[in-house]
Design a protein around this ligand. Structure first.
Ligand SMILES: Nc1ncnc2c1ncn2[C@@H]1O[C@H](COP(=O)(O)OP(=O)(O)OP(=O)(O)O)[C@@H](O)[C@H]1O
Length: 370
């Protein structure tokens, strides 16, 4: 719109408002509907600072974390009167919770405790691309996890470092995401570790079953629908290689040029399925590398497998699976944690005997827990 026309409407609007109201209230909120700070709020605070009248008997003093100068502000519900260009302004500071805060008993606002959610894809064919959520109330934490202490610390430090590196990822032009590969036998705590990570970060979990994905288009749609600050879990990533093995076995057993028509059809079907699954897997990885770099923030992707050796090396490279975590059989340290979780025992005369036995046996934490 040309400037002249715009200022004409502007003036008309002001005259109209002035005729109806002698007073106008402008509300400057600290946050917008999300959790983004309103720059006007900070500007208004700065502008008010030198105007705090001498008769005010309570002044708030603050030394913000990254600043060197003390800032002053009026207490809530106190008014400060100011005149600007002949217009009388009455400033009032009202306390309101930020979107992520709630009022607690002592009258202060505290950060709301987030209810974690577990999202799975709907099994209904009509809305198979929508995520359905349930409350994620898994008790697993890094304290209850039967795992060597150094390993736990390494994972927690890695997660912490990841959260603090927003600027780093921006600077180097990489997606703010981190990929973890959890590998090891059944019942060694892969799901428990994922739950512990979610509880530690307060991130929701999206559980993606590759078998329910119907190609790249579908995959894109469901990934776009996931939120920031979340963990995407792709379990049993090796399932596509199983298909490969099956078709390879079939090939050696009965090469199709010698097999009857039925076997040939079966092999072609297996091959198509395998290629499709591979494309899905790579589609997922390319997608996470590409699209998330522009639109997604703070994403953790966890892949699990019982057979790391079956995975294609291309899937394992850093940037796709940055941290490889071997979930293994129970150690004495793990045994003690389980004994404490389940029986409340921290010391026992039999622990030295258990140490000897556990070194000779391959027992999973799930078996010990049972
Ligand atoms: N490392 C562990 N720490 C604490 N509990 C564990 C651990 N591993 C297994 N458990 C116990 O065994 C049960 C099964 O473990 P979990 O599902 O986490 O193993 P998993 O490796 O994901 O198994 P799967 O590969 O079969 O999915 C858990 O509910 C938990 O009670």
């Amino acid at each position: 719109m040309p400037d002249e026309v715009s200022s004409y409407f502007d003036q008309k609007f002001k005259n109209f408002i002035a005729r109806i109201y002698s007073e106008l209230t402008l509300v400057i909120e600290e946050y917008d509907d999300g959790l983004n700070r309103n720059k006007l709020f900070k500007a208004a605070k700065l502008c008010l600072e030198p105007k705090i009248p001498p008769n005010v008997n309570r002044i708030k003093i603050n030394l913000p974390k990254k600043e060197s100068e003390v800032s002053l502000s009026v207490e809530k519900n106190q008014a400060v009167v100011d005149v600007f260009n002949g217009v009388r302004l009455k400033w009032k500071f009202e306390l309101k919770p930020a979107p992520d805060q709630e009022l607690c008993n002592n009258g202060n606002y505290i950060k709301k405790k987030k209810t974690l959610k577990l999202f799975t894809l709907s099994s209904n064919r009509i809305n198979h691309d929508t995520w359905q959520s349930a409350i994620l109330d898994h008790p697993s934490t890094f304290d209850t996890l039967a795992m060597v202490t150094d390993m736990k610390k390494m994972i927690m430090d890695d997660l912490e470092r990841f959260l603090k590196r927003k600027d780093y990822y921006r600077r180097v032009g990489k997606a703010w995401k981190r990929g973890y590969l959890l590998f090891g036998p059944l019942g060694t705590g892969k799901s428990s570790l994922i739950a512990a990570m979610a509880n530690y970060l307060h991130f929701d979990v999206y559980d993606l079953e590759l078998s329910s994905v119907e190609g790249n288009k579908h995959l894109r749609k469901v990934l776009i629908a996931t939120e920031n600050k979340s963990i995407l879990v792709v379990e049993d990533i090796d399932c596509c290689t199983e298909l490969q093995d099956r078709s390879a076995q079939a090939r050696t057993a009965s090469p199709y040029w010698h097999s009857p028509r039925r076997d040939l059809m079966l092999q072609i079907r297996n091959l198509i399925l395998f290629v499709e699954r591979i494309l899905e897997t790579f589609g997922l990885l390319n997608f996470t590398n590409g699209l998330w770099s522009s639109s997604g923030d703070e994403r953790i992707i966890v892949f699990t497998t019982n057979h790391k050796d079956r995975l294609d090396p291309a899937l394992l490279r850093p940037g796709r699976m940055d941290v490889h975590i071997h979930m293994s059989y129970c150690t004495l340290c793990g045994f003690k944690i389980l004994a404490s979780n389940y029986l409340g025992i921290t010391e026992h005369p039999l622990f030295s005997e258990v140490e000897e036995l556990i070194e000779q046996t391959k027992v999973t934490p799930a078996e010990v827990a049972e």
